[in-house]
Unconditional design. Structure first.
Length: 651
């Protein structure tokens, strides 16, 4: 566990120390504060440290602390030039003035001269470690927490006799090259996907074994970066070759490639950037499972959440070129504050995925509006355009969500492990996903989903397949109630609830019961059995409340198509509950396992004590009465019974 908020405050102060801004405006003042900052950083990770430990005759030590029974003495140098052998000899002398056992650390922000390093490695028994700016920033950011970094450096010095090892050397993969198997494994060869939308094909490009980390991004035609527990591999699917692009163990989730073709990656609680062999730490103080997102202007951002705190929260953070240049924006969502992933819709709006819904937020301080995903365990999100996202999760399902209307469309169900996905946009008409598969808990499959038409056409086709009925009419109804704002009446809360219940009663008596009688008179039976899919479209975004979900079948039909209706009163539920901002909701649809055929959608606004409410109810019943004969006749032509085969409703 670590103190993330304190760590972020120290990171911000560290940015000021680098530029000699703030209260430490001279190198001397910065040096004094630097010692304190080291101790406070260690404290964030639960390590008790002491500053300026001085004893008569034994010399002063900048910082002292202990980890797992090992005692460390730090000599810290923040100077312009590299540290030569002088300060190392000084630290070595002070170690000899103390009881045998402490390990010295010389932390030089400018690094060390080659003579200083060589002299130490070729000397007598090694008693100190050499750390530079990258090591310190890795600890401060949480990219490599202090306990882990010290163990890695200690082991390297003990086993190889090297006082100094670069951060990349400490984190290098144990495997020389990524173990990639191209093509599909036998268990996925013939049954990767089912219920795939027309115009889309899914295929396994390659697999990787034994990884407890997962991530993917496209960096060009046939070129992917894939996160494995041993590092981030660059995989050329055309030439079927793979190399370590980021040779760093323990990276997680999707990497990014910036405009300079450097790779930005997440590890533990920090953000790193690797350009060739040059590693830079650019951010930190994040939660363990932070997710990178690339804004349209090329800047790197993350979304991270604290699900275990006293008050669960999420935030998005923008990063600059170096550590200390990050800015954090809190995110307030509708049903859950825990965001799992995010993607940019445009330069101002961000789409986030939560466990069972999506939300849309702006960074100007507005609250995020939620859209139900009608799925559980959502794991990844990819923006396809300014209004549509692709999400992965639930029962290994890919689905599109229209963020304006809340409507969804299934793209495919995949024979992969549920609830563990990462998504990435590909070139032209493809996208990629990484997931676990098979009986092993750690085998990763990378899948390409290729669409046969450009994204706008593909999205239209998918939604048309999901609802073969009056989908434009549904969108029109959503547009009518969008951004509606109605003040509450000046009544007490009991009076408010009583008026709301009166409105529900009037809708029940004047709309729901007459519709029930019409359908039952036509010979349909009300059933309560579970069905493979639910009516999509209720409640509309930002509304909640009550509705009766009716489901009817023909007496002789045991499966196949059914008639479903949602009838009731909804109230605005976001950003605040408003029992005076009301809509009568009426949806009638024919349903089967694959599709919905919406015949009628009406979301009619009204207010409490509305003198026209009865007229609105009567007008809705007239519309329902006109549609129901067509709905029932269509049901007769598409249902199944024990003596007839099944037909799919594609009207």
């Amino acid at each position: 566990m670590h103190d993330a908020s304190k760590l972020r405050a120290l990171i911000a102060e560290y940015g000021q120390l680098q530029s000699l801004s703030g209260s430490q405006r001279t190198p001397q003042a910065r040096g004094i504060r630097f010692n304190e900052l080291i101790a406070e950083m260690l404290g964030c990770w639960g390590i008790e440290a002491e500053v300026s430990n001085a004893t008569a005759g034994a010399g002063e030590i900048d910082v002292t602390f202990a980890v797992d029974g090992d005692r460390y003495l730090i000599e810290a140098k923040w100077e312009k030039d590299k540290t030569d052998a002088g300060p190392l000899s000084k630290l070595e002398k002070r170690l000899k003035q103390r009881l045998r056992g402490p390990i010295g650390i010389c932390l030089s922000m400018a690094g060390f001269t080659s003579d200083a390093v060589n002299g130490l490695d070729k000397g007598s028994q090694l008693e100190m470690l050499l750390l530079d700016r990258t090591h310190f920033e890795a600890m401060l950011s949480g990219l490599v927490p202090p306990q882990e970094l010290l163990k890695l450096a200690h082991d390297r010095a003990a086993f190889r006799g090297q006082a100094y090892s670069s951060l990349l050397d400490l984190l290098a993969p144990k495997q020389k090259t990524p173990a990639v198997s191209f093509g599909s494994p036998p268990e996925l060869e013939d049954a990767l996907s089912s219920n795939t939308v027309k115009g889309a094909n899914a295929r396994v490009l390659f697999t990787m074994s034994d990884s407890n980390q997962l991530g993917i991004t496209s960096v060009g035609p046939g070129m992917l970066l894939v996160t494995h527990q041993e590092g981030i591999a660059e995989v050329d699917t055309t030439r079927q070759k793979a190399v370590w692009k980021v040779p760093v163990r323990g990276c997680h989730r999707n990497p990014l490639r910036d405009e300079a073709e450097a790779v930005v990656f997440t590890r533990r609680h920090g953000i790193g950037r690797l350009a060739g062999d040059e590693l830079t730490i650019i951010g930190g103080g994040l939660q363990e499972n932070s997710s990178l997102i690339n804004r349209h202007d090329g800047s790197a951002w993350t979304v991270d959440s604290d699900p275990l705190g006293a008050s669960p929260s999420s935030a998005v953070t923008k990063f600059g070129a170096s550590l200390g240049q990050q800015y954090r924006y809190p995110v307030v969502a509708q049903w859950s504050q825990v965001a799992i992933g995010a993607d940019w819709l445009d330069d101002d709006r961000l789409a986030l995925v939560h466990a069972s819904f999506c939300s849309v937020t702006r960074l100007d301080g507005g609250v995020a509006r939620g859209v139900s995903a009608h799925a559980s365990d959502c794991a990844a999100i990819l923006a396809l355009d300014a209004q549509t996202v692709l999400i992965a999760g639930g029962p290994a399902e890919l689905q599109l969500i229209d963020l304006a209307s809340g409507r969804r469309a299934e793209v495919a169900r995949l024979a992969l492990r549920p609830s563990a996905f990462e998504l990435a946009a590909g070139p032209d008409t493809s996208f990629y996903l990484a997931s676990y598969y098979g009986s092993s808990a750690m085998d990763v499959a990378v899948v390409e989903v290729q669409t046969l038409s450009p994204t706008p056409s593909f999205v239209r086709q998918a939604f048309a397949r999901a609802d073969t009925g009056d989908l434009p009419g549904y969108f029109e109804q959503i547009a009518r109630i969008a951004n509606r704002s109605t003040p509450l009446p000046l009544v007490t809360e009991p009076q408010l609830n009583a008026l709301y219940n009166d409105a529900r009663r009037l809708v029940g008596e004047g709309l729901r019961k007459p519709i029930e009688r019409l359908v039952e008179d036509a010979g349909l039976q009300l059933v309560s059995q579970n069905v493979p899919r639910r009516l999509d479209g209720w409640p509309p975004p930002e509304y909640g409340g009550s509705a009766t979900q009716h489901r009817w079948r023909l007496p002789s039909a045991y499966d196949g198509t059914w008639l479903e209706a949602s009838i009731g009163v909804s109230h605005r539920a976001w950003p605040t509950n408003n029992l005076n901002d009301l809509i009568i909701t009426l949806m009638i649809a024919r349903m089967n396992e694959q599709t919905q055929h919406t015949l009628l959608t009406r979301f009619v606004p009204f207010e409490l004590d509305d003198p026209l409410l009865q007229n609105k109810i009567e007008a809705l019943f007239i519309e329902a009465k006109a549609v129901l004969p067509q709905a029932i006749e269509g049901l007769r032509g598409t249902s199944t019974n024990p003596s007839h085969g099944s037909r799919t409703d594609n009207k």
